[in-house]
Design a protein around this ligand. Structure first.
Ligand SMILES: [Zn+2]
Length: 146
């Protein structure tokens, strides 16, 4: 069979299913309740955000550990365009690595700001989207922005 004899059509499949977040569910319940829920290892004390049910450093169980939602920008890149789901907030949006207070990890998140630039070390506070579906359905704002 030559390549010209291969019959091809373009089809579209749509799958609808319920995705379980299993042992990470507390993180998502936290987002729904406007709280960043980390986990703290029962063995070494390492604090993970996003929450991990088992510590990746020592493999002991890690338990829910709510944070206050505040943190510090470690690195930041201003985005040329505002992501569609954040346009209703106004302002500029940066993609940043943020170290939440009380966590030993950092997390990638959007920061919505009224300024053209965002400095390393900027103190930020978490805000939450109205519908929680993914790990990133929250964002930060600099302290003082509503
Ligand atoms: Zn550990």
């Amino acid at each position: 069979m030559s390549e010209f004899e291969i019959f091809e059509v373009e089809l579209e499949d749509v799958y609808r299913y319920r995705l379980s977040y299993g042992g990470q569910s507390a993180y998502f319940h936290g987002l729904q309740n406007k709280t960043l829920v980390a986990s703290r290892c029962s063995g070494c004390g390492f604090v993970w955000l996003p929450l991990r049910p088992i510590c990746s450093k020592c493999y002991e169980p890690a338990h829910e550990y709510p944070l206050d939602g505040k943190g510090e920008v470690l690195t930041v890149v201003m985005l040329p365009e505002t992501p569609e789901h954040l346009k209703h907030l106004g302002g500029r949006v940066a993609s940043a690595l943020v170290r939440p207070d009380g966590a030993d990890t950092c997390i990638k998140a959007f920061v919505v700001t009224d300024t053209e630039e965002l400095a390393y070390g900027t103190r930020v506070d978490a805000r939450y989207l109205s519908e929680i579906r993914t790990i990133g359905d929250f964002y930060f704002v600099p302290d003082g922005r509503t």
